[in-house]
Design a protein around this ligand. Structure first.
Ligand code: MTE
Ligand code: MO
Length: 361
């Protein structure tokens, strides 16, 4: 089972800190089993003692709170949400082919997974603390200290009040009905459905209610800089801070570089619309975009999940590049090429999915 009880077919980019993407075969199900759920870490995984752990809620609140896990469970109703988590760095490898991005994890398309999360709603906890009218953001601080930050600091980030008080944002202690594993943030993590994974802070210690966004290093690190910017000298806040995920998709079948008979072939994958949007259409082409077939798109398991799709294409013999592009409920469509969205830190690549296959007649 390898490190952290993950399956041996995980695509491991780094062992310490553990950074591994889900293999394509694990992404075909609506729910991703815990042992193939991707892992993204910026520091060694902290081993917290759930007995002595306390959550603090402070800042612009009427009643600051400090609670143990038992108190949290007793004071608030348990809620569950099925939600997809996606790393902002997902599909960075395709951006790296456009132009190098030194020092970053070369994620393929598997830094995304879906689980049923259970815990309490952040909105309920904030209501108990009493949010003051001058508060506009909610920040989260994890127990892990990252030396990838400058200066080294706890991992953290924030979301605006409107998202924080929506009932889908959870403080979760379980994942697919099992207690949250250490690698995914035990004893308690934030789950911000539809937003980049970085805002779903693991090993949660502190919730801060404040007037402005978090000043944590990772809040602005997860932003899109213009192509000409130097990520090492960029001013804090110079980029577009990432929040909701943009529409994108992946082709799961046939596999990359598959060799198959020419003729009618099942092409399948998933698309993910992010935030409260849905996937409205997926177009697939085997002739470089001259003609497009509309795939059959599954209904989402919840408003916060990916949607699988499938169609049949008549593949010619020889080398073919399959292209898939998804449209969301705001009629946004994926850009044609990763060159359009290239940025110095390599985030949010939502270019159309492309996959090479070879067919014989
Ligand atoms: N929370 C803490 N405390 N430390 C981290 O390094 N990584 C973030 C987020 N929460 C991180 C964190 C990032 S970038 C992502 S994509 C998700 O956790 C990944 O969650 P997972 O490892 O459970 O898949
Ligand atoms: Mo991430």
């Amino acid at each position: 089972m390898g490190i952290w009880n993950k399956r041996d077919d995980m695509v491991v980019h780094e062992v310490e800190p553990y950074n591994a993407e889900s293999p394509p075969q694990a992404l075909a199900g609506r729910i991703t089993p815990v042992d193939t759920f991707y892992g993204r870490n910026h520091a060694p995984i902290p081993q917290l003692d759930a007995e002595n752990w306390r959550l603090r809620v402070e800042g612009l609140v009427g009643r600051p709170l400090e609670m143990s896990m038992d108190e949290l469970r007793d004071r608030f109703p348990e809620r569950s949400v099925v939600a997809t988590l996606q790393c902002a760095g997902n599909r960075r490898a395709d951006l790296m082919e456009v132009s190098d991005i030194p020092g970053q994890v070369p994620w393929g398309p598997g830094a995304i997974s879906t689980a049923r999360w259970s815990g309490v709603s952040l909105a309920d906890v904030l209501a108990e603390a009493g949010v003051r009218p001058d508060a506009a953001h909610v920040s989260f601080t994890g127990a892990d200290v990252s030396d990838q930050a400058y200066p080294p600091q706890h991992f953290g980030g924030s979301i605006p009040m409107a998202k924080a008080t929506s009932h889908e944002v959870l403080l979760a202690w379980s994942m697919n009905g099992q207690s949250l594993p250490a690698v995914h943030g035990a004893p308690l993590r934030v789950v911000v459905p539809g937003w980049i994974g970085a805002r779903s802070v693991k090993w949660l210690l502190r919730i801060g209610v404040q007037a402005g966004p978090s000043d944590n290093y990772f809040q602005t690190e997860y932003s899109i800089l213009p192509p000409e910017a130097d990520p090492h000298t960029a001013e804090r806040g110079e980029g577009i801070t990432l929040g909701p995920v943009a529409i994108h998709c992946a082709i799961l079948r046939p596999g990359k570089d598959a060799r198959l008979p020419a003729g009618p072939t099942e092409v399948a994958g998933f698309a993910y619309a992010g935030d409260d949007r849905t996937v409205e259409r997926v177009d697939v082409s085997a002739d470089d975009g001259d003609t497009w077939t509309h795939a059959k798109v599954d209904l989402p398991e919840s408003p916060w999940t990916w949607q699988h799709w499938h169609t049949t294409l008549d593949l010619p013999s020889g080398d073919t590049e399959l292209i898939a592009r998804a449209w969301d409920s705001t009629a946004a469509v994926q850009p044609e090429s990763p060159a359009t969205v290239w940025n110095p830190r390599g985030y949010a690549n939502n270019a159309a999915a492309r996959l090479h296959v070879t067919c014989r007649s």
